[in-house]
Design a protein around this ligand. Sequence first.
Ligand code: NAD
Ligand code: GLY
Length: 362
Amino acid sequence: MRSLNVALDERAYDIHIGSGLIDRGDLYASVLKRKRAVVISNDVVAPLYASRVLDALDRAGVAHQLVVLPDGEAHKDWPTLNLIFDALLGARVERSTTLIALGGGVIGDMVGFAAATYQRGVPFIQVPTTLLAQVDSSVGGKTAINHPLGKNMIGAFHQPRLVLADTATLDTLPERELKAGLAEVIKYGLIRDREFFDWLEVNMPRLLAREPDALSHAIERSCRNKAEVVIEDETETGVRATLNLGHTFGHAIETGLGYGEWLHGEAVASGTLMAVELSRRLGWLNDDDVARIRDIHASAGLLFAGPRLGVERYLELMSHDKKVDAGKLRLVLLKRIGEAVIHGDAPLSDIAAAIEHCCAHA
Ligand code: NAD
Ligand code: GLY
């Protein structure tokens, strides 16, 4: 087991990474205030893994119940969130009970938001079962649901008490989901960890082949990068925004196409290539870096043309971004591989040209 700590003073917590961790009742029990937990999952993940989590809680003497939600990004919404509150209130769940999010980023974000708001806040544990959730969404305390006008627009910061990333759960993850998770892995190399980017260039085939050592290394390195950023800027007043490389474009793709049409990681990959093209037009990224970034996306199966929503529609959707300040669009761009900047002065004509370029070319 590899372990990291997200050192946020009284909100500090451990991230454990390893095979078989969902069976470790002692790990769940170690952070519980009272020996009571509600496991919340979806109708894809629960049949695969919920009974193992419940058995582990039994062995640790933890009373529990299970709530199963409909699967998918299209259900990351108010009606589905309310199903959690219905179950918690129906069972008279008290504030000392811990919620356990078992699933990918959709479950993690929704259960986290439920935990942030149920009776003004209850503890929760993240048990991420997708690569994307293990490298990104389970760490850092961003919780949210989508709104028809914008992705992740309703939410709260609420840190988990523990993250248990069981790498063996990735065995059942569909290929397309594995690749989508790689988009967020590549992101860390691009924004702040050039050495990791170099490693990814060599080891991408091992990750696609799900070699346990390679996956564990990539998950640990990603979590370490994310934890360092979150410790420095927990509520995104500055550097944390760089974790959103490609997301302003990507969220426009997800909202514009309808939630769930493209996977989040696919939209982030496409959005990253738009940010890269814009960075090139601003004279920052050189041709060699651009070629390496395109190549690494290609090797992860993530190089495709952006959906043709029309530039006006992209810009309209991007104007809802959470980084917009005083009406001004602020974008995460790259100075070079390993160095991101937040930039509010890119000419609209260059932004439009970058979008058009990436919608026309894979
Ligand atoms: P997801 O949660 O929809 O999971 C992808 C699919 O895989 C789902 O159908 C899920 O049921 C299934 N699945 C999950 N684990 C499985 C397993 N082990 N075996 C088989 N199937 C499995 O998608 P995701 O990519 O994990 O997460 C995307 C979401 O995360 C988006 O809503 C995005 O906004 C959010 N996100 C949040 C943050 C954050 O900081 N909070 C960061 C990045 C992304
Ligand atoms: N995924 C972006 C963040 O956690 O800040």
